[in-house]
Structure formats: structure tokens, C-alpha cells
Design a protein around this ligand. Structure first.
Ligand code: NI
Length: 249
């Protein structure tokens, strides 16, 4: 079930059979000349919502703004600084925990979020450690491309030109879900350059059209559909395993 399309009574009833919640998390940031600004939050949302059709899971609203300061020189990007992002993640977790959820599973769509999400988890655990008690809930971070079988499939689909930002795999996922929003462009060069990530001005000077190492022209809705099906099935298994984890007494 989708939390935002449910009532509090339905959520309360769900908590009677499961204490696990899935939270898609991503970023709203430029994705090259053809990638949708929402790509990094749309991908985990698309996968979680597809999984929800085939399993008894609850999916929270998508946390759709993340750590994207390096993309700010491209219009449409909205970023939280890491310190703000950590505070916001903390209050999302506290709210869900207050409701009774004990396993908080974040399905992430943006590599730049990873360090900050993990740091937010550490802050939450530290609260309990300093107070000398158990946290009462466990957090897990999973990047959608790390779900079982997904990277292997993407490597077969895109043996050359996958890259690390505005990748054909993530753009294919959005093309499958939003075919009416597919964009085209002439890429020059066909495969974008690679390099380090620093501040926004440096980023735009290194990566003129916003891509990093990728050829998004390889994306197709069909390939996106294959990725979504593989990821959604793996997500259900991974969420079930996380929910079944038991802590020592
Ligand atoms: Ni992305």
C-alpha cells in the first residue's frame, strides 16, 4: 500500500502485520540534456510502487530532495546541504518510529546522498547510545542499482557508455514510466567526460551538458521496463529479509 493514499486507520492495521516501511529517497537535479530533473527520485519511486503492486509492503511518500549542491549551476536543481538533509531524515525516521515502524528501509536513487544518509543513521543511533538504550528501530540504505541482478542487467544492456550520471539505465527507467516525457538531443561528445565532483561552478565547467561518462541515447523504455521488473522483484525479497531480521535480546 501507498502511505499517502491510505488513512491512519489503514496504516494502524498494517502495523498489526508488519513493522517495516519502504521510503524512496533521491534528489531533484539536472540529468543532462535529456534526463528529467526528477530522475533520481523517480527511479526509486517507480521501483517501489511497482513492487507494491505485487507484495504486502507499505511505501512512504518519496523524499525527493537530496544532496545536490554540485548540480546547482543547472536550473531546476533543488538541493539540501548535508546538515539540513541529515536533520530532515532524522525527523522522518522519528515520525515513522513514533507511529510504530521498527524497520526503515530507504531505497535510494542518488549516489551523492549515500554519505549523508549513512551519517543521519549514525546520528540516530548515537542518540540511543548516549542515552544507554536501544534505538528501537533499524535503518537500511539500499541503492536501487544495488538490488540483486540490477547492475548485472544494466551491464548487459549498456556495456559501453553507462557512466555515472545521467546514465542510460536511470533514464530508461523514467522512459518506461513516463513515455510521454521522453526527450531527445544530439550528444556531443556521444559519451560524456568523467572527473571529480566538487562545487557547482567547477562541475559545470567540467561537464558542460551535465552528463558524467554516459551516453543516455542508449536508453529505451523497453530496457527500463526490464530494469524495473528486476529491481521490484529484488526489492520485495530484500525488504522481507530486512523485516525478518531479529536483534539479540
Ligand atoms: Ni541520477
Amino acid at each position: 500500500m501507498l502511505l499517502h493514499l491510505s488513512t491512519w486507520a489503514e496504516v494502524e492495521a498494517f502495523l498489526g502485520r508488519s513493522k517495516t516501511v519502504v521510503i524512496p529517497i533521491g534528489s531533484n537535479e539536472q540529468h543532462g540534456p535529456t534526463g528529467l530533473l526528477g530522475t533520481d527520485w523517480l527511479c526509486p519511486e517507480i521501483i517501489a510502487h511497482e513492487a507494491e503492486k505485487n507484495g504486502d509492503i507499505i511505501v512512504a511518500p518519496t523524499f525527493n530532495i537530496g544532496m545536490a549542491q554540485h548540480h546547482l549551476d543547472f536550473p531546476g536543481t533543488i538541493a539540501l546541504r548535508p546538515s539540513t538533509f541529515m536533520l530532515a531524515i532524522g525527523d522522518w525516521c522519528r515520525s515513522l518510529s513514533h507511529a510504530g515502524f521498527e524497520k526503515l528501509y530507504f531505497l535510494n536513487g542518488h549516489g551523492g546522498n549515500v554519505a549523508t544518509i549513512e551519517a543521519a543513521f549514525s546520528e540516530l543511533y548515537a542518540e540511543a547510545s548516549y542515552a544507554g538504550r536501544k534505538r528501537g528501530f533499524a535503518c537500511k540504505l539500499k541503492n536501487w542499482w544495488d538490488l540483486a541482478g540490477v547492475t548485472a542487467l544494466a551491464n548487459r544492456q549498456f556495456p559501453v557508455g553507462h557512466g555515472s550520471h545521467a546514465t542510460p539505465s536511470e533514464i530508461a527507467v523514467t522512459q518506461w514510466a513516463y513515455p510521454e516525457s521522453i526527450k531527445t538531443a544530439n550528444y556531443a561528445p556521444q559519451i560524456a567526460p568523467t572527473g571529480p565532483i566538487r562545487e557547482a561552478t567547477d562541475f559545470r565547467s567540467r561537464f558542460a551538458d551535465g552528463r558524467m561518462g554516459s551516453d543516455p541515447g542508449l536508453a529505451t523504455p523497453e530496457k527500463g521496463g526490464e530494469l524495473v521488473k528486476t529491481a521490484a522483484a529484488a526489492l520485495l525479497q530484500d525488504v522481507a529479509a530486512f523485516g525478518a531480521e531479529t536483534a539479540p535480546a
